[in-house]
Every structure is written in C-alpha cells, then in structure tokens.
Write a protein that binds this ligand. Structure first.
Ligand SMILES: [Zn+2]
Length: 227
C-alpha cells in the first residue's frame, strides 16, 4: 500500500501546515512532531478540572474539557485561525478528530448527542460554515455520537467580545440563544455542547441555560482550547 501512497503523493504533495515539512500521508495536516508538541490538558480524565470549575455555581454542567491549554504560538492556534479566517475546513476536521480521540475513551463517550454552538445566520452566510460544527463533525466521526444542528439558534449577533469585561460578556450572551427545534425530545439525554475555544464560559453557559430551561437533561461541554 505504501507504494500507492508514495505514488499519490507525487501528484498531491502536501506539507505540514505549521512547519512546512513535507508530509508522508495524503490526509495529514500536521507532521508528527508538530502534533505531539501541542499542549494537551489531560482534563478529559477528570470530572473536576479547570474547565468544569468555570461553570461551578453558575450552571449545572456535569463536566467540561478542553483539548489544549493556551500556549502562545502553538500549532493548534494556527489551525484554529485557518479554520476561522481562511476557510480551512480540513484543519477543523483534524482538530475535531483529535478531540474525538480523547473523548472516545472517557466518560464523555456515553453522551447521546453533540450540539455545536451555533453561529448567527448572517455570520454563517459570511463564513459559509460554522467552525464549531466542523469540529463537532470531526469529533463525531471518531466517537460515533451524532451531531444535531438547528436545535438552538443564535438570535443576537454577538459583537466581538475581546474588548468586553467579564460581566459584559455574560450580559451580552445571556439572551443570545433560543430553542428552535421543539420536535426533538431531549429529556433524560446526555448532551455534549462543542465550541472552538472556551474563555469565560459565557457562550457555553448561555447555550446550556436554553437547554436546561426546556429539558431535564445532563450537559457536558468540550472545546479545542481554553484560555
Ligand atoms: Zn510540522
């Protein structure tokens, strides 16, 4: 089989997205070295971890996790940036699969469904896709947990949150989401909400609130990285 891969690589050469080193398998995004150097958190093994703690006393999320901890200049940031601003869906699927590999062998694996944090319709039109959904699809491919979209809708177009204080972020987010897929019965379901990055938790908290106010369900959260 290697001869076939080598043969194909002659016509479809690819390089590591981060260090530009030549790759040896057609579907790879990163070289092995860049992949293993990314700063994994290991949170997925523990119910109580710094991401779960973000929700304590605010919303009864069972547990949360993030694949990578913040590290300036790390390869995952290049991938997230390419996914969000350069239309690189492959980078998102790749990150989603890495997340899925971690979730698959953890207590997150018995979740019944995955809901990606929705984008506002106008933002979706601009970008052409929802980056959280791409990540969720990658994770779903590995875990086998189905992805459900169009259940929660983002009704308010969120302004950029970077210049906002913590309090302002929560107020900005509190009424941003609404339930639209009433035909789904989510009672007693274990739901995993996936976002690209988790910072203050305001977005995931707002999504969770919408589900909690309509269903008696369990909620877990996961993101590619945390700040
Ligand atoms: Zn590399």
């Amino acid at each position: 089989m290697q001869w076939l891969i080598d043969f194909l690589m002659l016509f479809f050469p690819s390089n590591c997205l981060v260090c530009s080193k030549r790759l040896h398998a057609p579907r790879d995004i990163l070289c092995l070295e860049c992949e293993i150097n990314m700063p994994k958190t290991g949170y997925v093994e523990h119910h109580n971890n710094p991401v779960s703690e973000i929700f304590w006393g605010r919303v009864p999320v069972r547990a949360g996790t993030a694949l990578f901890r913040f590290e300036k200049g790390s390869a995952y940031q290049t991938l997230l940036h390419d996914l969000k601003y350069r239309g690189n869906r492959k980078a998102g699927l790749y990150l989603g699969r890495l997340l899925g590999q971690e979730l698959k062998y953890s207590f997150f694996s018995d979740c019944d469904l995955i809901i990606p944090v929705p984008l506002h319709r106008r933002r979706m039109k601009q970008r052409g896709y929802n980056q959280s959904e791409i990540i969720a699809r990658g994770a779903s491919e590995i875990t086998g947990i189905p992805v459900i979209t169009h259940l929660i809708e983002r009704k308010k177009r969120s302004r950029s949150q970077t210049a906002m204080s913590r309090q302002e972020r929560f107020e900005n987010m509190a009424s941003a989401f609404t339930l639209c897929g009433y035909n789904q019965d989510l009672h007693a379901k274990k739901i995993l909400i996936i976002d690209d990055v988790i910072t203050t938790g305001a977005t995931l908290e707002a999504c969770s609130q919408v589900l909690f106010s309509n269903f008696t369900c369990e909620i877990y959260t996961a993101a590619v990285s945390c700040a």
